[in-house]
Design a protein around this ligand. Sequence first.
Ligand code: ZN
Length: 313
Amino acid sequence: MTSRILVISYHYLRSKEDIPHPGIHPLTPESFLRQIHSIQQNHPVLSPSQFETWMDGSSADASSVLLTFDDGLRDHLYAAAELEKSGLRGAFFVCSRPALDNKALPVHKVHWLRAHTPPGDFLNQFAALLSDDWQQMVAQPPEDIRRAAAETYQFDAPDTQVLKYLINFVLPYECVDEITSRMLVGHGLDEMTFCALSYLTNEEIHDLSRRGHLIGCHGHLHLPFSRLARGKLQEDVAKNKAYIHTVTGAQAGWLAYPYGSDWSLPADTGMFAARAGIRAAFTYTRGWNTQSTPRHRLCRIDCNELEAHLTVC
Ligand SMILES: [Zn+2]
């Protein structure tokens, strides 16, 4: 029987009370447990080392599953402990900026701020801190930005569409970084406190590795790799790999592309993976992996999309 493997990714695992406004789409700890148990009842769950064996050409049980966790969030301590109760192991993809630079990743600051600010207020507060030029772009967006924003965020009002598009795709990293840090200070959170609340420590990452989970790369800065010139991309991944080696003692050979959609990938994923010494690189191309799926472009789904791909009960 042909073996195929579905790779599932998890991010936030939080109670609804921790998220007063829309901004992130967490699984509650209870729904995470329910999901893992129902996957286990219906499908073999592979450990990262079993997935390595499958990549080397061995067959796996038909319709197997691999569990992955992105961003090095503290939420994953709970996930790892629960997996271990069932004898399972996962792959945890971490960024290195929080530990090496004591700086949070802008994407998580935006998530936190959106989750703790009424939607209109967040956008107004963010826009007010932009330079005059960028404020002008929000007020009178060029046609191409307006159109791309409308296509990307179909369910938002036009102003919201444009600002969200600028934050995620257009504004310089430093600009989003600085504004979101200033906004967090308004909530009484400095950078170090936010990092301590959000991310796994070096010791915790080392411990996950020691307990049999795989620690993989997710970039130093968590920028879309498509936005980094070749030299900068190599530097970003080399820093991330060196950090993981220092913390775990192991060479990281797996990577989850930040954002993972087609637009975020390096121009030549095969060349990139070969240069970076990456054996398995995961995208957000939806669907199952087979032996013919390129290892530098493996498919993956988000845990919120599970039912479209998997028989669970
Ligand atoms: Zn990520």
